[in-house]
Ligand binder design. Structure first.
Ligand code: GUN
Length: 292
């Protein structure tokens, strides 16, 4: 039987724990953790992601501060908003939804966020801490969500061959570092890889994060592999991943569904990172065993 690695159960458990911890803080008269979410423009997918993040904050008792800027906002104006959020006491986390419109320099914007509030983990200081294996940095939410999902289902990656398809800034690159940290032997395939199948066929754990629907077919997967699908695409009104789920399910020992696999874990990781920032800023100690 193939294990379906659905993310709703572990997400629910972790979010209940977050909610319980926050209620302890508010019972002591402390403020709630706060997350600022900045959306530039009206990309439909980004609007949905942002809405889900704000809803998740509310459900666990976090404050959210939503900033919706016009798509023609200047870099200066966006940085002004971020300066305000960097300074604002009740804001523990700042998330600028990506992608940004092409006229805005994404690197400049990310580098401007106070690294202590960078709950996305994209600031060069936090990316550097991921390389240096410094526990006090923020790990980007999708890689952290995959790590927590694997842990929940008791899947150990130490000593395993992990193959990641996609070397993007949000998932592939930081995930490769996190998997190395966890003791895996990591291969990253990308657009210039000559023969992806040569690598995917050998993977004990195969992760695809490309946004190309149906890219991973059954013949590319080793019998008994663990398959993690990070893709989210809309095809004919349906949300699908990178993996041909029905065919690959027959070969894999475990596989994530899309939707309902990695997605909920990513949002849960954002909440965990925001709580981590709050604890540090408020100088309170966790009563829980959760370690983002
Ligand atoms: N766009 C797609 N994924 C993400 C993410 O994890 N964080 C941000 N800020 N934008 C995204």
């Amino acid at each position: 039987m193939t294990l379906i690695l659905e993310g709703k159960t572990p997400s629910k458990l972790i979010r209940e724990e977050i909610k319980r911890e926050i209620s302890e803080y508010t019972a002591q008269g402390l403020r709630r953790p706060g997350l600022a979410v900045v959306l530039v423009g009206n990309d439909p997918a980004s609007r949905i992601y942002v809405r889900n993040k704000i809803k998740a904050c509310k459900e666990v008792g976090m404050e959210s501060f939503f900033y919706h800027l016009e798509s023609n906002v200047t870099t200066e104006e966006l940085l002004d908003t971020l300066a305000e959020l960097n300074a604002r006491e009740e804001v523990d986390g700042i998330l600028v939804q990506l992608p940004l419109p092409p006229h805005i320099d994404q690197n400049e914007v990310i580098a401007f966020i106070n690294p202590e509030k960078d709950v996305d983990g994209f600031h060069p200081e936090n990316m550097g801490k991921l390389v240096a294996r410094m526990e006090d940095g923020f790990i980007p939410c999708t890689p952290l969500g995959i790590d927590l999902l694997l842990k929940h289902y008791g899947i150990e990656v130490k000593g395993k061959d992990v193959v990641i398809v996609g070397e993007g800034f949000i998932v592939g690159r930081p995930l490769s570092l996190l998997m190395l940290w966890r003791g895996a032997t990591v291969t990253v395939c990308h657009i210039h890889t000559k023969d992806i199948t040569k690598f995917t066929k050998e993977a004990d754990v195969l992760v695809s994060a490309t946004g190309v629907p149906g890219l991973i077919r059954a013949e590319m997967v080793k019998e008994g592999a663990v398959v993690i699908d990070v893709g989210i695409s809309k095809v004919g009104g349906r949300i699908v991943g990178d993996v041909d789920f029905e065919a690959v399910k027959e070969k894999a020992s475990a596989i994530t569904p899309v939707p309902g696999g990695v997605g909920p874990m990513t949002v849960t990781s954002l909440l965990l990172n925001t709580l981590k920032s709050y604890r540090r800023r408020m100088k309170v100690h966790s009563t829980s065993t959760m370690k983002p």
